[in-house]
Ligand binder design. Structure first.
Ligand code: NIG
Ligand code: FE
Length: 415
């Protein structure tokens, strides 16, 4: 295999050009180049532009040439919010929700997250690794080349570390890059029932110092009857003082002020935001916190969607993620995510693409190295079956990805 690659003659290359998050208006600029080619050397993008210009002085025999005739090339998709390492499933809870139970009432009865905690504690590291690998394979078929994964189904030091260790191993072994987040404050575990304050102290004093080198981010499920604003602030401040970057499950079910808190703490992203207040949205736009929206979860829980359109109009940088997890949202479907973004949150196709590429990269602090087809970035890309990016949401719910290129190599090809 040659370490020099040309992707030749794409009908469209959607560059999503940029090295930081795109806010508001800027989200519509996706930098399409028609009849375009890309040169890759040593896993890095060397040139991108109109084919005649780019290949003018190039000796193609020195390159491996991948034909993209009649196809669209986009940056590899980034899924910046998932919980993909878990044991067991919760199909039963899904069926209860269809009959009228709510997500929070199931959680309050001792189901929900702590149900998955039990099966994740019971699973061996090897079992979790095998499951994780299978799930990453499925993500890759949808064009995902980088994923964020959270712990939070251990809620004790040992199991949280087991989850983080599995993600670290998968990051090394699998084509998809995995970015790890510590989510010890995902729920109060059974052994601390009724003693959430003590659990918060345990996280801050016993767990954070021991996981800080195993996860880049710290996240908290800030929600009524889960972790309060004040508890979330304490945990996140402690994480920040240990050098971790911050994320927040914010204002999902009840408007608590999580969006405002994310701005106050200069979090990299705040996620969910179905109930975010106008002030919170304004504060996030001002502070440059990426608003990571998870419409598959709202759909699955039959909640109203986040105000994505308004967030963009108010100057926010919006990202999209699947939130793949065994409870609130058991899907890693990128086509469903796109459909909901365009048809239910009223983002344009261009804004949705920005939200799943450069802004999703920004949501995991990677906008300088991935998320766009720019010279100097990692050569992570998807090739669509069709000649235009517009086919992604138009082909509702269907996977239009034909090939996935990771660091310049084809790592998935549709049979
Ligand atoms: O992002 N909302 C909290 N956490 C996850 C759900 C986790 C679960 O139900 O297992 C979420 O939706
Ligand atoms: Fe989540």
């Amino acid at each position: 295999m040659k370490d020099k690659v040309i992707i030749k003659n794409a009908s469209e290359v959607v560059t999503c050009t940029g090295f930081k998050e795109k806010k508001g208006e800027a989200m519509k600029d996706i930098g399409v180049i028609y009849n375009a080619s890309i040169i890759i050397e040593n896993e890095i993008i060397k040139a991108v532009g109109a084919t005649e210009e780019i290949l003018k002085d190039i000796d193609e025999s020195q390159y491996e040439v991948i034909s993209a005739e009649g196809k669209t090339i986009l940056p590899g998709f980034v899924d910046p919010h998932t919980h993909f390492i878990f044991g067991g499933y919760r199909a039963e809870e899904f069926s209860w929700r269809l009959k009228g139970d709510s997500y929070m009432s199931i959680m309050e009865r001792g189901g929900g997250i702590v149900n998955t905690v039990k099966s994740t504690r019971e699973a061996t590291e090897e079992e979790l690794y095998a499951l994780g690998k299978e799930r990453l394979n499925s993500m890759l078929e949808f064009g995902v080349t980088t994923v964020e994964g959270k712990s939070g189904y251990g809620l004790d030091l040992e199991t949280e570390l087991k989850q983080l260790k599995v993600m670290e191993r998968l990051n090394k072994d699998h084509e998809i890059d995995v970015v790890s987040t510590f989510l010890g404050a995902h729920a109060t575990p059974a052994e601390y029932k009724g003693r959430t304050e003590e659990y918060v102290e345990f996280i801050i004093n016993e767990v954070l110092p021991k996981v800080k080198d195993n996860a880049e981010f710290c996240d908290v499920f800030c929600e009524k009857n889960v972790f309060s604003i004040e508890q979330s602030r304490r945990i996140l401040k402690a994480a920040k003082s240990l050098g971790m970057k911050l994320k927040l499950h914010a204002d999902e079910i009840v408007q608590l002020g999580g969006a405002e808190l994310s701005a106050e703490l200069s979090a990299i992203s705040a996620d969910h935001l179905l109930q975010a207040s106008d002030e919170g949205i304004g504060a996030m736009a001002k502070a440059g916190v990426v608003a990571t929206l998870l419409p598959c979860t709202a759909f699955s829980l039959r909640e109203s969607f986040a105000r994505g359109r308004e967030m963009i109009d108010k100057g926010c940088a919006v990202a999209l993620a699947t939130d793949f997890n065994p409870g609130s949202c058991f899907t890693n479907s990128i086509p469903l995510l796109f459909a909901l973004s365009c048809l239910q949150m009223n983002l344009t196709i261009e804004e949705s693409i920005t939200a799943l590429t450069i802004n999703a990269a920004a949501a995991i602090h990677r906008a300088e190295s991935i998320g766009s087809i720019d010279v100097g970035k990692k050569a992570d890309m998807v090739m669509l079956k069709y000649p235009s990016y517009k086919f992604i949401p138009y082909n509702i719910g269907v996977n239009t990805v034909e090939k996935v290129i990771k660091k310049g190599r084809i790592v998935y090809s549709k049979a």
